[in-house]
Each structure stands twice: as C-alpha cells, then as structure tokens.
Design a protein around this ligand. Structure first.
Ligand SMILES: C[S@@+](CC[C@H](N)C(=O)[O-])C[C@H]1O[C@@H](n2cnc3c(N)ncnc32)[C@H](O)[C@@H]1O
Length: 196
C-alpha cells in the first residue's frame, strides 16, 4: 500500500477498565472470534509471539497452546490488574511456563533491546485505538519482529473509521511494516502486515 496523503489526527480512546475484564473472556466471545483458529492461521509451533494489549488473556491462551513447549508468548499490557487476572486464569491451565507477562508504559512497549528482532508474530487486537501514539507503537513492533515476521492488527469499526484504519496502515508502512492482506475479523477491520 502506498499513499502520499498525510495521516489524520489519531483519535485516542479511553483505556478499557480492568473491572470489566470478565466481559472479554467468555464462551460467547470464543464462539464469535474463534481465537483458536486465529492462532492456527498465524502462529506455528515453536514460534515467539507478542500479544500486545493482552487483557485477561483471551488470545494469549490460544497462542500459548499453539506455540507448544518450544515456543513462547509475551503478553503485554498497561494494567497490572489485567496481567494478574491472566496469570490466575492461565496458571491452572498449565500454560504459564510458556508465557511471560510484561507491564508496559502507556507510550512504550519498554522491552529490553536484546528482544529486538526475535518475534515471529505480533498481535494487536482491539487495542491500538487506546494507544496515544500508534506510529511509535508500530515502530517498536517493527523493531521486535524478525524480518519477514507477521503483525496482525484489528480494531472495531464502531470505534475506528475506515479512514482512521487506513491512516494507521500508512503509519505502519512508514516504519517498515508492509501490508500483506486486508481482511475482516468477524465484523472488525483487520490487516496482516509483514516486517520488511
Ligand atoms: C479492549 S481491551 C482488549 C484487548 C484484548 N486483545 C482482547 O481483545 O481480549 C484493550 C487492552 O489494551 C490495554 N491497553 C490500552 N492501552 C494500552 C497501551 N498503551 N499499552 C498497552 N496496553 C494497553 C488495556 O489495558 C486493555 O487490557
């Protein structure tokens, strides 16, 4: 995708409260979004995956199952409470040895430099609209991905307009994430990008 148009101003939305975390890990949501199928499509056994804005671990669970014993998932969130809930939920499922939780700052992933270029896939599902500076986030995502690595990005249409979503794809392209596929994830706008 190439566009000479300057992206519009990013609409920064309120952070999803940890007090509502229970709404995000339900059977209905599993039935609608099939996170197991998402993992099957974009994650391979042995992969290193970053789940940005992991919340209570709705997607992390399936990524951790999919990567198997030889892979690893880094689950990153701004809110410590979300990471605590994730650990309480996924501990009894035996998945924690494959998961590292990391609390980030609102404007930076804050991962150590030795993790640069080490991830096969990064997911940012229903979170970019809550981030103050998406271009900065995409730059950091680009940095941690291996060349040829995949970035799966999705945002809801009732929060992020088609124009805003395209602006974010332009921001991502600027920092070395090339659009490979535009798709829908249930009713949500989604894109698969590749680290060049
Ligand atoms: C709407 S929730 C949904 C996320 C999850 N991917 C899901 O669909 O189940 C958004 C999550 O992103 C986190 N978040 C918001 N802003 C963030 C930021 N700047 N950095 C990291 N996480 C952030 C929130 O704490 C919340 O857990």
């Amino acid at each position: 995708m190439t566009s000479s148009k300057k992206p519009g101003k990013h609409q920064h939305h309120e952070v999803f409260s940890a007090s509502r975390a229970g709404h995000l890990d339900t059977r209905l949501r599993r039935f609608i979004y099939r996170p197991d199928r998402l993992a099957e499509k974009y994650v391979n056994p042995g992969d290193r995956v970053l789940d940005f804005g992991c919340c209570p671990g709705f997607f992390t669970r399936e990524f951790a199952k999919r990567v198997g014993e030889n892979g690893h998932v880094f689950s990153v969130d701004l809110q410590e409470e979300m990471l605590d809930i994730l650990q309480k939920k996924l501990g009894p499922e035996g998945l924690l040895p494959r998961i590292t939780t990391h609390r980030c700052a609102p404007d930076s992933l804050g991962l150590p430099a030795d993790l640069n270029g080490t991830f096969d896939t990064v997911f940012a599902v229903f979170v970019v609209h809550e981030v103050p500076d998406p271009e900065r986030l995409f730059r950091e995502i680009s940095l941690v991905l291996k060349p040829g690595g995949t970035f799966f990005y999705s945002d809801p249409p009732f929060i992020v307009s088609g124009g805003e979503f395209r602006d974010n794809l332009a921001r991502a392209e600027k920092v070395g994430l090339r659009l490979a596929e535009r798709r829908f994830y249930f009713v949500n706008r989604a894109a698969v990008l590749m680290k060049v």
